[in-house]
Design a protein around this ligand. Structure first.
Ligand SMILES: Cc1ncc(C[n+]2csc(CCOP(=O)(O)OP(=O)(O)O)c2C)c(N)n1
Length: 577
């Protein structure tokens, strides 16, 4: 059957369609999104909920003359399909394929690339201001979810935009969900008459709420918004996961981010291995401590699911805090909890910790508060790509006084590291990667006691070289060193560095440092600084993440390409000899 989507290769063609065919176009978009996500996985729920909204936006606004700025960009698969990327959508999130979020390098209709939330209003207002100063025409539209209203950056943008009097159009795509059910007072304030009062009091005109799946309502509201001469909010009520029973029926996330799936006899079959992830293992270690120590509490900025904290939340509802997409608040709130005598564990992805660096420095480390950062998704993250790589946490945290920065190699290290962190009367961070737990040789498993310093994974007789590694890469280093007279030291701590172990590692005059964080500023830099300070002569080579943004791909393959698998480590070590 010929599809409308075969005719619509560009938003202009969408605008040329008779209005009656738009519902069928939406059906086709849904079908394609469901099929694509089934094959390659992706952000299904939000994209299904935004189909009518995106069709209506492209109908009323002439992108890219009118700028559509999407928050996060995970809801915009329909926008990708409608802007000339339909044929390539099966490559979504795959190596060299269509990007997981929006990307101006990929398409001129992606005015602003994102991946992290709460940026849309600020970016859109900046674009509008620049256009006005340069006498350029065109409306600028920010599309944000209700989850984005839990984040401070959105409020900084609203504050500025409301006072600016610029005719910025903000479309609030309100599905009452962040990744999980939305949290907080603002979410409640949006119900009933509250939304109008809220936005009008900030200087916006308000249209809505409109049914975000009713094209007539949407088109008429957006038409009116386009004519506005002041900032205006169009409040659209949508349903996350709309049109896919399995997502609609998922009460936790409404099919937020799904791995590949198949429908067999109407049932959803997902291909997820049974192995335990680092996040799950950390949550289990945390649960054990929470069960015996009432001071221990957990904080997450909107990542209950991703950080595997849902079970913990149902067991300890009063001691697990989902604070919304509010990384800065999560950190400073944790500081307050620590001042009050609790032992907060702030579970935060490496990529999102970036947003809260001042809070880490100024609110936690300067007053030396015993906050623990469980830094998840540290290292390569695979399909989520450049915006989500956990590349910078080591380089960002390492220079801050007072904080201990640790990295487990395997699941066995998590509980002792957490105990070590809880024992410290100062800030600590433990960084662990995305993915399932590797197998640690039993003789290397730590005891139940606290962790002190580095761990020798292998001590060679008459060694000719030492590999100093961080995190699970220590296991790759160990296999690279098989049959060789090479030491392997698992640094375990980036800060404080284990000086005695490093002195010993450097004795043979050749040190190879291996880490899944940036080479610039990472453990390798720490080792070089230390050796320089001690005036030790050693040939040092540092392997790690490069000085460019690593795009989406398959993490294992990327590790090999970036010289971080055991073959590459062996090669680099041999080159050093
Ligand atoms: C700064 C930041 N923190 C956390 C996330 C993870 N995240 C991705 S989408 C999402 C929920 C967004 O909800 P909402 O703004 O309502 O958008 P919707 O999914 O409804 O389109 C979250 C928390 C992120 N992308 N960026």
């Amino acid at each position: 059957m010929s599809k409308l989507l075969e005719e619509v290769k560009d938003p202009r063609e969408l605008r040329a369609l008779p209005e009656e065919s738009l519902p069928s176009l939406c059906d086709e978009l849904r079908e394609e999104i469901i099929a694509i996500c089934g094959k390659v996985g992706g952000h299904l729920g939000a994209s299904l909920g935004a189909v009518e909204l995106i069709v209506a936006l492209h109908r009323i606004f002439k992108s890219p003359h009118d700028a559509l700025v999407f928050d996060v960009g995970h809801q915009a698969y329909a926008h990708k399909i409608l802007t000339g990327r339909r044929d390539r959508m099966p490559t979504l999130r795959q190596p060299q394929g269509i990007a997981p979020f929006l990307d101006p390098l990929e398409n001129t209709h992606d005015v602003f690339g994102a991946g992290h939330a709460c940026t849309a209003i600020s970016a859109a207002l900046g674009i509008l201001e620049a256009r006005q100063q340069r006498n350029q025409e065109g409306t600028v539209v920010a599309v944000i979810g209700d989850g984005a209203l839990t984040g401070g950056l959105t409020f900084e943008g609203l504050n500025n935009a409301g006072a600016s009097r610029h005719p910025l159009v903000v479309v609030l795509n309100d599905n009452e969900m962040s990744i999980s059910v939305n949290v907080g007072a603002v979410s409640k304030a949006l119900r009933g008459l509250g939304a109008r009062m809220f936005f009008e009091s900030l200087g916006f005109a308000y249209l809505g709420p409109v049914d975000g799946h009713d094209l007539k309502e949407l088109l008429s509201a957006l038409r009116e918004a386009k004519r506005s001469n002041k900032p205006i909010v169009v409040h659209a009520l949508t349903q996350k996961g709309r049109g896919f029973a399995a997502a609609e029926a998922d009460p936790k996330t409404r099919g937020h981010a799904m791995g590949p799936y198949e429908l067999r006899d109407g049932k959803l079959v997902r291909s997820r291995g049974g192995s335990i992830t680092f996040s799950e293992a950390f949550a289990a270690a945390l649960e054990e401590r929470m069960a015996v120590d009432p001071r221990v509490v957990a904080v997450t900025p909107a990542m209950l699911e991703g950080s595997a904290l849902t079970k913990l939340k149902s067991r300890f509802p009063e001691r697990v805090f989902d604070v919304g997409i509010a990384e800065q608040h999560a950190v400073t709130f944790s500081a307050g909890l620590a001042i009050g005598g609790l032992r907060p564990v702030c579970c935060i992805y490496s990529t999102f910790l970036q947003r809260a660096m001042d809070q880490v420095i100024h609110d936690v480390c300067l007053p030396k508060l015993p906050v623990i950062f469980a830094v998840d998704r540290a290292g390569l993250v695979g399909a989520d790509g450049a915006t989500h790589q956990g590349a910078y946490d080591v380089a960002l945290l390492r220079p801050i006084p007072n904080i201990a920065l640790m990295a487990p190699v395997a699941g066995e290290d998590l509980a002792p590291m957490l105990s070590t962190a809880l024992e410290r009367n100062a800030p600590s961070a433990m960084r662990f990667p995305r993915g399932t737990l590797p197998v640690l040789p039993p003789d290397l498993a730590p005891g139940k006691g606290l962790i002190v310093g580095a761990r020798w994974m292998k001590k060679a007789d008459n060694p000719e070289l030492s590999i100093v590694a961080l995190g699970p890469l220590a296991l790759s280093a160990l296999s690279a060193a098989e049959g060789k007279r090479w030491n392997v030291l698992d640094a375990r701590f980036v800060a404080p560095l284990d000086h005695a172990a490093l002195r010993e590692a450097a004795k043979n005059g050749r040190v190879l440092v291996v880490e899944e964080g940036t080479v610039h500023g990472g453990l390798g830099s720490a080792v070089l600084e230390f050796l320089a300070e001690e005036r030790r002569a050693a040939r040092v080579r540092c392997l790690g993440l490069p000085d460019y943004f690593v795009r989406h791909g398959e993490a294992r393959a990327q590790r090999a390409e970036l010289g971080l698998d055991s073959d590459a480590i062996r090669f680099a070590a041999e080159a050093l000899l």
